[in-house]
Design a protein. Sequence first.
Length: 588
Amino acid sequence: MDALQTDIGIWPRRWSLWFRWRLLSAFILGSVAVWHAASLEWLCDDAFASFRYAQNWARGLGLVFNAHERVEGITNPLWTMGLGILARWGFDIERSSLNLGILAYAASVVCLVLAPARQWTNKRGWLLPMGAVLAVADPDLATFATGGLETSAFTLSILVSFLLAWIASSPISGALAGLCIGVCGMLRPDGALLIGPLALAFLGRRKRGMVPYLAASILPLGAFHVWRHGYYGTWLPNTYYAKSAFLSWWTQGFSYLGYFAIRHAAIIGVAVAASFFIMGDWLVRRMKHSGANQAERTLSDDAVAWRLVVAWAMILGYTLSVVRVGGDFMYARLLVPVLPLLLVVLELSVASVLGARPLRWAALLMVLSLATFLSPCPVDTNIAAHGGIVDERAYYQLGYAQFTERAASQLSNCIQGFPVRAAIYGGELRLAYRTRIPYVIEAHAGLTDPVIAHRPITSRQRVGHEKSADAGYLVLTKKAHFATSPLYGILSDPKGFIPEVHANLCGADVRLLHWDPIFVSYVRSRGAQVPEFTVWLDDLLARLDTMSDTGARAQWDAVRHFYFAHNSDPVRERAFLARLERSNPSYP
């Protein structure tokens, strides 16, 4: 136990004043982190996909978006399952996601306070923990502490995995680090990419921890994915295809990385410069003390340098994977998880260079803190600018969330109790969760629909939003009752696949995708305003003889898709066909 305490540098043999100072720092900075994240509290629409999965699981319908349809439209299965368990215990899903995210952010800050970065350099001193202070000041870490997604928990698991890897050189430490990095892969599939870089920590003198590390990381993660495959029938989530993660998009990815680097230029610059200095000095020492004088080289030099190597391997490996797929439409979200690792590198390398020099340390910390906290977001809410990358939280401050909430309330009043099938825009997952529509097709990217997700990309557009359903699929195959208003642009087809029929469902404007008399009668009884399509159809039939043959055929195709394919009406259908036969006896 003494050896373990000495190596980790967190739990001392006695409660010294210095250790109490660290505990006080952890409490204060952790509390400030909670306040910072809570002051920026928000919920992004993407989180509501996870909420609907968790909601259905808690209700006994399975880990699904639509009942009895097993499609993995999430990339955070463990996070979603955790929310589902809490929902079964009676906790509110949305509040739970916010609280867990904030706690994970605060825990990351505490880990950075207690992290043995300065102990690894044998330079303690009464210095403020640089990494923790910068983590509290960082707007991106605080922003994505909430949002409802797994980002903050994923970030914490990466940081803890790295710290656990250096606890002594025992099999237990290897197993703990492996288990934690395995959790990363369950929280988000790309977390599995970090297993290899972290394994470097167990080379050399620490190699006896390698087997427990690999076993504890790969076996549970492998078993988890076997279960996923058995449940959903695929090895990769549907979102992998919906977001075209199998395609490389380096130019967009480097733009995404560039915006993140602009805001964190001070931290990145100092971390890189100090790391180069440490690594260069280490290589000089290795060459100077090679051969007969190798024993003169201190073990602390090797330890610091190797920790930097492993940390940078994890940071660069993960960042490269993000860049390859083109990043994300949410600024910084995919790069935030490695930011605490970068702060560990910063503090470790700066501590090695400066030592216990409080004035220089304080001056550098003040400059970096101000540069981090005051640096403006390099993107705004204009979706058309910056390659489709936006400040997502600021976008929701424009009133979009309130608009969706209002539409959800109106729809719920109108359709509650009817087995509705609706097509929604990708940014309306909040609406799907609120209204509890029995069957929802996310028709903008195909997150929850394999057919849409596997559609080919004709041209690169906004990352993660490059596929959408065509009207034929939604109308004839899915038989959706209506599409919400943001989908109008996607469904507006110049060939007129269906007539454009709008309805006011208790205040929510929708476009009907096919005529279902039972649905129309139901929503009318609840206050909806729906035009009578058969009246329009009779008027059209009366005017058919005045139309050109081409126009009559176009009208027939549209009406057939919208009405006759779903309703038996032989009288009107014969009248239509009789007009077409007069112009072409062989039609249809």
